[in-house]
Design a protein. Structure first.
Length: 255
């Protein structure tokens, strides 16, 4: 007989513009995020989140070695430009922590629409996971809706108080749903439509990579990526203990 599953402890519950979001702890060290009664993620593993970042970087780096210029130091040495990264969804912080631990990334922007989740990282128990990453000078967090951010008008650069911010990215890593076919809220469905995918392409630099995490593969989404003009569309699997593997959908913006 298997051991009984330990009941989770409710740590916080918030009502926001997109519904209810809950933080629970199971046992001594596993945290779970639930949105509108739908399990999103927990801190028990993190392989999928790490693969999302690594697969996106590998796809970008392979193409960038052929197509993207770097820069030269004072000594004349050629140095590849570090790619900028947008992470859609802070979640439990695994994608951010993994990216921030890697020197090959340049600016890292995290977009998270739930203020509660940001609070749980900045001043709550999830700070034990993400605190060092959030303190990284490359990292910035935008508390806003990802779809709205991607669909906002794109300008090449915005200069505010003599600081220059890039508003296009080399890589988009999106993990805001259980997949294109299983969204957390109806608002998110727009991300996977032709309009949403066109917005993703507009936010990507030439040759940039879009990576979308999913709890299951979606042939329909792969075709939608091709129809939206993306190239090199493919899917990488993430092995799980039981059931259908998690996947990362990958696609490249044409040069």
């Amino acid at each position: 007989m298997s051991a009984p599953t330990e009941s989770p402890v409710l740590l916080d519950r918030r009502e926001g513009p997109h519904g209810e979001v809950v933080l629970r702890r199971r046992g001594e060290a596993t945290y779970e995020i639930i949105a509108n009664g739908c399990f999103l993620m927990d801190t028990s593993d993190g392989r999928s989140e790490r693969l999302l970042v690594d697969a996106a970087h590998a796809a970008h780096a392979a193409h960038a070695r052929r197509a993207v210029p770097g820069c030269r130091t004072a000594s004349g040495m050629h140095v590849p430009r570090r790619p900028s990264l947008l992470i859609g969804g802070l979640g439990v912080g695994f994608s951010l922590v993994h990216a921030a631990a890697q020197e090959h990334w340049g600016a890292i922007t995290v977009v998270e629409r739930e203020e509660a989740i940001v609070d749980w990282h900045v001043a709550g128990p999830l700070g034990a996971i993400s605190g060092a990453a959030l303190a990284d000078p490359r990292v910035s967090v935008l508390c806003t809706d990802l779809v709205a951010h991607l669909c906002a008008p794109v300008r090449t650069q915005e200069v505010t108080q003599e600081v220059t911010y890039e508003v296009t990215y080399d890589v988009l890593c999106l993990d805001i749903d259980n997949g294109p076919d299983w969204t957390v809220t109806d608002d998110n469905r727009g991300l996977y439509t032709p309009v949403g995918l066109a917005a993703c392409r507009a936010r990507l630099n030439p040759g940039g990579v879009l990576a979308v995490w999913s709890a299951q593969p979606s042939a329909r989404f792969e075709q939608a990526l091709r129809d939206a003009g993306f190239e090199a569309v493919r899917t990488e699997e993430v092995a799980v203990a039981r059931g259908v593997p998690d996947v990362v959908h990958l696609a490249r913006n044409p040069d």
